[in-house]
Design a protein around this ligand. Sequence first.
Ligand code: BTN
Length: 264
Amino acid sequence: MFNGEKLTALLSGCAMGSSLIYKETVDSTNLEIKRAALKGAGHGTVVLAEKQTAGRGRRGRSWNSPPGENLYFSLMLCPEFPVKKAAMLTIVMALSVAEAVRKEGLEAMIKWPNDVVADRKKVCGILTELYLKEDDSFYVIVGTGINVNQKRFPAEIKKTATSLAEQKGSIVPREELLSRVLIQFESNYERFIQDGNLSGLRSEYEALLVNYDAQVEVLDPKGAWKGTSKGITDTGELIVRHEDGSIEQVFAGEVSVRGIYGYV
Ligand code: BTN
């Protein structure tokens, strides 16, 4: 169980999580926060759950969400910037999680665009969803799952998933980690708003990119191709150099990227 008092104390002064909704069991924190939004929840609200019965991943996949061990939370943002910039928030969160995990003494890295990995295995996934309101404003839900203290993984993800505790060899306190992530996100978000794009966060992000300057396979539905990853643009596309030297910007929505020898 989460220690609510500890979490509230750790988050004091942080706008992200200033309204914290804790649920023992939910279908998905992304769905729960959407219901909260309909009842008036606003910018900075966080829904945190001990367990999800229908945790959702990207591309229609599910997110393994056993109780008591991990972090499953969704953050609501009501930005004033143009809607097309919302996709970049996923990158802001990935960077924030990787930085927070590194403060726990682990060598977390980022697999573009938004998986956080440790020892080249996935420890965190992010699902960002956008909702338009009737008045044409919008809100964004950034849903984050971090494998914190999980010991066993289902067969289908065993080879590509790990947890922070598995890597560290000791339990990682979830309240501290969550507060670190939200505090880090608040600071990165401010920077992002100030710049209007990822330009100010780009060098930090690229320094943690696990496949920076490495061979990657771009899994384009129109045909897979191989190239060398060269970092990201100010708007979050992956820059990949083809074998003939030409440069292409890869959009996260359309394709996924993996290492030529497997997941990373
Ligand atoms: C991925 O496929 O990598 C994204 C996984 C996102 C999982 C998190 S857990 C909290 C939030 N609620 C959900 O249903 N999904 C996200």
